[in-house]
Design a protein around this ligand. Structure first.
Ligand code: ZN
Length: 491
């Protein structure tokens, strides 16, 4: 009798697992391409919207050898259009994507748009948009765009926001989105240990691209150790969860995300703090470890070790990047952003006398790194600045539109402190209560610092501390920062 009960329980359990992980409904037509314009053998139905020139070209190509070139444009809305026939149904949702290229020498705001008739007049709506850097193919994509229910006579087209520049278009696609279960990180239509392995590789910086929609388990827009923890529970205890599906088709990487709305900030303005603190439990003590002088050069991996140690505990930190060191080391920054760390600015070439610079010189040190980071991360925003050698001046503070987190506690790594000495300093501050709310100055360029962080992260977790970014620490403690001011702690 007892045995029968047990085996019955096992059968029930197995059927629940099967329901959750194999019964995800995938429409028969899902993933079917309705439009796949590669321009390899013609213009694939694309034409001008007005009097501009739309011609096949082999001067540039995203895929294959050909794209189409749009030139002689008289208005920003002049571009290349293609009719969406009866395969596309009003009210239904489709994935749309195109690759665009321009060579003006500056960024150009471009968009993929839909023209339709609502029964009375023609309407024009944005499907996907982005800031397109010069001389770099950029993908504008929307994995799930719903065509308005009243729409007829639909055209998909590419245009600019303002510029009248020439541009190229390639790889225009539209398909019926596939539905994948949350946690199906690799989109193989199962949620299993393979997905855990894939997410772990991503968090460890070994895989720059990941499906954000099925990996972002808690829906906070980031993929970090919290998502990994949730996914681990899903895989190990599937009977406790029901499936949610998400609609998607594209792999999201940092470089192709749509730009974030960002206000124009001025010295004295309140810092536009977008930090998400939902992951920090109530009643915690917080500390902002911050790391200067990366990305790592000369093949050093201290920065990656530091990120891994933080990621293992689900912690975040702020990384102030030295502009000149970025080229060739972009992946470290993308990995930091994706794991939820705060990417920040440490000037272009780390001048030792920026306090003597005029406003133009100061701005250039800040803007060059800002532009670089925006380019790498595919966003538009400002970044906290760590002043080189912590040197401020009235020119600096009345010129730059961002706050300057300095040093509440100096790890001393730059002056040769050992890993043990750093660990003891932080542990003492934690024990006497003075660590809470502090900005800790560290550098990601020392083996000793990486070793100290590897010891400190689990210790701080066990002792009631959460390591978070500077912006998160201020927000969690209900404090604002203002542009042009120095902060050593959030009190
Ligand atoms: Zn520095």
């Amino acid at each position: 009798m007892v045995n029968m009960k047990r085996s019955f329980a096992r059968v029930v359990c197995a059927s629940v697992i099967a329901m959750i992980f194999t019964a995800v409904s995938i429409p028969a037509s899902a993933g079917q391409k309705l439009l796949d314009a590669s321009f390899e053998s013609g213009t694939d139905g694309f034409t001008a919207r007005q009097n501009e020139t739309v011609a096949r070209s082999n001067a540039q190509a995203y895929d294959g050898s050909y794209s189409i070139k749009v030139s002689n444009r008289g208005s920003a809305w002049n571009g290349a259009k293609v009719a969406l026939d009866t395969k596309w149904k009003a009210g239904d949702t489709y994935a749309f994507s195109c690759a665009v290229y321009q060579e003006t020498g500056a960024d150009v705001d471009m968009q993929l748009s839909l023209q339709y008739n609502d029964g009375t007049e023609d309407k024009y709506v944005q499907v996907a948009a982005g800031s397109v850097p010069s001389d770099k193919w950029t993908v504008l994509a929307n994995p799930a765009y719903q065509i308005p229910t009243v729409a007829s006579s639909c055209y998909l087209y590419v245009e600019t926001a303002e510029s009248l520049c020439d541009f190229y278009v390639d790889a225009v696609t539209s398909e019926i989105p596939t539905q994948y279960a949350k946690g199906d990180v690799n989109h193989d239509e199962a949620v299993d240990k393979k997905d855990l392995r894939e997410m772990l590789a991503f968090l460890q910086g070994q895989d720059a691209a990941i499906q954000i929609d099925t990996s972002d388990m808690n829906g906070d827009g980031k993929i970090n150790v919290i998502d990994f923890t949730i996914l681990k529970r899903h895989v190990l205890f599937p009977e406790r969860y029901t499936t949610t599906t998400v609609t998607t088709t594209t792999t999201t990487t940092a470089a192709t995300q749509a730009p974030t709305e960002w206000p124009e900030l001025h010295p004295g303005d309140k810092w536009y703090n977008t930090a998400d603190i939902s992951w920090i439990p109530a009643g915690k003590k917080t500390v902002a470890l911050s790391f200067d002088d990366g990305p790592n050069i000369n093949g050093d991996t201290y920065g990656t070790r530091i990120q891994n140690a933080l990621n293992k505990q689900g912690f975040h930190a702020t990384f102030f990047y030295w502009g000149e060191r970025i080229p060739g080391h972009e992946n470290e920054i993308i990995a930091a952003e994706k794991a939820g760390h705060e990417v920040a600015n440490h000037t272009w070439n780390h001048p030792d006398n920026m306090d003597k610079y005029d406003a133009a010189g100061v701005l250039s040190q800040y803007n060059k790194v800002k532009d670089k980071l925006n380019d790498i991360l595919g966003v538009k925003r400002d970044y906290l600045l760590r002043l080189p050698y912590l040197k401020n001046s009235t020119t600096i503070s009345s010129t730059l539109p961002v706050p300057f987190p300095n040093s509440g506690i100096d790890s001393g790594d730059w002056s040769g402190s050992s890993a043990d000495a750093m660990v003891q300093k932080i542990q003492r501050a934690a024990q006497d209560g003075s660590l809470n709310g502090q900005v800790v100055l560290m550098h990601e360029t020392y083996n000793s610092t990486a070793t100290a962080v590897e010891t400190l992260c689990p210790w701080l977790a066990q002792n009631g501390y959460v390591v978070c970014t500077v912006s998160e620490m201020f927000k969690y403690n209900g404090k604002d920062m203002y542009a042009g001011r120095v902060y050593n702690n959030c009190w």
